[in-house]
Design a protein around this ligand. Structure first.
Ligand code: SAH
Ligand code: DHB
Ligand code: MG
Length: 232
């Protein structure tokens, strides 16, 4: 009942404020047809990410967790023609689907997709001298959010905006021992809780988190602005 209402309101918002979007609709259809799980951000959340990137005048974006490229395309839309987006995905099949979706959306020229566990591809990016990125979207496996925050800071400058998805999980984060069936295993809430603790203790960032409800239930985004290089 409640979730139906949240979903209906999400529909109302999208109907009023989002343009018809055959490109992104096709991404979801192709992703479902290829067997990818339906866990991409919602259209309204995608528009929020696009607006954040535009407000920030981002020219370079790093994404952790590509899935079928749905959020990737929202973020890529915010970039100038000579912008750059690097997106990291562990699953080779998801990556193949994402590559086709990103090409169909016309963003192959500015999006670079790297396949492998992000805790392996992040150090490679760093060693290559990639970054600093203007905006970093963390949305891969939640257990590793602590490590992703560390690498994100390595790939940041003062002014980088770090956005983390799934930082509420219907309140599962309140329970240190909670397992989160939505992710298929335990340890998720613990990873996200540690992520909060690290943000709280990190002198280089100013952070908050915002709860969201909608078609994906009750969840939230964390926002962390890198405000200084102190200690890093
Ligand atoms: N950002 C996407 C959704 C990502 S879902 C969107 O909103 O459209 C989370 C993704 O993280 C999945 O595709 C999963 O395969 C990927 N993932 C899980 N563990 C990973 C890891 N260790 N390294 C990189 N990607 C990982
Ligand atoms: C789920 C949702 C997400 O946004 C995500 O990044 C991973 C998994 C889920 O609902 O299972
Ligand atoms: Mg997510």
């Amino acid at each position: 009942m409640t979730r139906d209402l949240w979903t209906a309101v999400d529909g109302f918002i999208a109907e009023h404020l989002l343009s018809p979007d055959p490109v992104l609709d096709a991404v979801l259809v192709a992703s479902a047809a290829a067997g990818l799980p339906p866990i991409a951000i919602t259209p309204n959340q995608g528009k929020l990410l696009e607006l954040l990137a535009r407000i920030h005048r981002a020219r370079s974006i790093l994404e952790l967790g590509t899935l079928g490229g749905y959020s990737t395309i929202w973020l890529a839309r915010a970039l100038p023609e000579d912008g750059r987006l690097v997106t990291l995905e562990r699953d080779p099949h998801y990556a193949e689907v994402a590559r086709a979706n990103i090409a169909n959306a016309g963003f192959s020229g500015i999006v670079e997709l790297r396949v492998g566990p992000a805790l392996e591809t992040l150090p490679e990016l760093h060693a290559e001298g990639a970054g600093p990125f203007d905006l970093i979207f963390i949305d891969a496996d939640k257990q590793n959010y602590p490590g992703y925050l560390e690498w994100s800071l390595e790939l940041s400058r003062v002014g980088t905006l770090i956005v983390g998805d799934n930082v509420v999980r219907a309140g599962a984060i309140l329970d240190p021992d909670a397992s989160d069936p939505g992710f298929g295993d335990g340890g998720v809430a613990a990873g996200v809780r540690r992520f909060y603790e690290m943000l709280a203790a990190e002198p280089r960032v100013s952070a908050t988190a915002i709860q969201t409800v909608g078609a994906k239930g009750h969840d939230g985004f964390a926002l962390a602005l890198v405000t200084s290089n102190a200690g890093g």
